[in-house]
Write a protein that binds this ligand. Sequence first.
Ligand SMILES: Nc1ncnc2c1ncn2[C@@H]1O[C@H](COP(=O)(O)OP(=O)(O)O)[C@@H](O)[C@H]1O
Ligand SMILES: [Mg+2]
Length: 574
Amino acid sequence: MKKSLTYLKPYSKTVAAGLVLKFLGSVAELFLPQLLRRIIDDVAANDALSMDQKLKYTLIYGGVMLFCAAVALLGNIFANRLTVISSGKMTHDLRYDLFEKTSHLSSRQVDSVGLPSLISRLTSDSYYVNQMVARTLRLGVRAPILILGGMLLAFLEDTVLACVLLACVPIVGLTVFLITRQGVPVYFSVQKKQDEMVQKIQENVTGVKVIRALDKSAFEVQKFDGTVQELAATEFRANKIMSLSNPLATLTLNLGLVALIVVGAFRANSAGTVLEFLQFFVIILNALIALTKIFVVISRGSASAARIERVLEMDTEEKVLSLPEGDKSQAIVFENVSFSYNGKEDHLKDVSFSLKRGQTLGVIGATGSGKSTLVNLLLHFYDVNAGRILVDGKDVRSYPSRDLLEKFGVVFQSDFLMAASIRDNVDFGRGLSDEQLLRALENAQATQFVTEHGGLDFCLTQKANNLSGGQKQRLLVARALAGEPEILVLDDCSSALDYKTDAALRFALKTQYKDATKVIVAQRVSSIRHADLILVLSDGKVIGAGDHETLVSSCEEYAEIFKTQMGTVEEGEA
Ligand SMILES: Nc1ncnc2c1ncn2[C@@H]1O[C@H](COP(=O)(O)OP(=O)(O)O)[C@@H](O)[C@H]1O
Ligand SMILES: [Mg+2]
């Protein structure tokens, strides 16, 4: 939690000003009971005063009371404003750093935390930290001052009555504290159940089409109902425990009040004094209850702070190694590369190949065979476990990541488009000219539909839902082409294109981007059959390598895929 709290430092002046105002407000509030006693005992019940004098003094004391009440109120209001400002700014900074850190995490680090968890750290966890800081600043000073100041004034006033007060305070405090301590863990499980519910909602909303298409709506609703019922039951349990605290506190409070009156009557204390103590009592006990509520917010907030700090403390320092160089005449070399995501099974095993500048590599294989993994390694998103990968003769681990990635234009398998104009999506903040953008769109076979939609300024909706799958893929290809990359990587990005467009795209790549080295991952033989080298992957292993003709005669699996797809290919290309 320490690290999160240092985020308050830049706002220490605002925090301090808030606390001073809180202090003044609380002290002013503590004067009220005494003033009340004076009006009753020294003015109303004082027979030595004439009616006029009584009226005069009542007005004076009343005025002072009003003034104190105003100071208490205004002090509190302004202090709370300052609190909101400092805790808000602090949360902003914390979120900013967390977001920045998140965007620099390595793929392995993201895997280790999990994407949904990273999102909830950025959203709900930072909110809980904000609540913790805001509440503590609001009540953390006020409540102790009211309790301690109240007790002090009470003792100065009447020791015996103060002792009655002192006896009640621990009883109420302990009751509320014990109940809260029981309730807090249950609240934590409420939070966990809420996470589960949000995840279910996310899955269902994202997969709504699939669920409908498979007629699984009723099943999913039932599952969701189960989750919601569990959440409701846990919440009920938490609230049942917590709801005990108010009636119990009120009961102790009332018993304490009775005790005060009885003791006051026995000792023949003045009416004013008894009333004064009753007020002290209410002020002190309310502060006590508030204090125990902070306990809940703090325990929740510190758990969230720990989750956030775990990410903030991750080491994102880039490690650039100096490693021996290899054959500079080759654009891409994989030398006996093996890799595992989890350290248990190999997701790529002993993969070797090399590719000259301007050549095309085709990668084909069943889903899960390691095609995207090969791309991830080439871009150095993960470190290899064995072997090495060279780009232009240099090990990918010896490049600063910016220098390596600059060489690439990539379309990932499940790539995304932003809710922004076509221009922004293809340019992606690189400041390219319209000419460059239009050339990329032309070669990506996107010109026609872009023109039909009104040109570069046409705005996409979220997830580009106002475009077809094939149109999205073409925009993504245009984005990869627009930077005129040395190496172009297309991971399964022609699956939604019709054969004619796919063929036109391949032709454009071959003629317009002659110098670029190309890595094309595809499901269809037709997309890669003209590649200089084709790798057939199965379970992370290369089970066939060579050009199309070689593979048809030498690799059974490849020949099989080719045979089953041939009919459609010829129809499509005819
Ligand atoms: N981030 C990851 N963490 C753990 N396993 C992964 C991860 N990404 C992919 N895998 C696993 O690696 C294998 C190969 O995946 P992938 O390269 O995406 O296959 P392909 O692109 O050929 O469909 C699969 O078994 C997949 O479950
Ligand atoms: Mg893939």
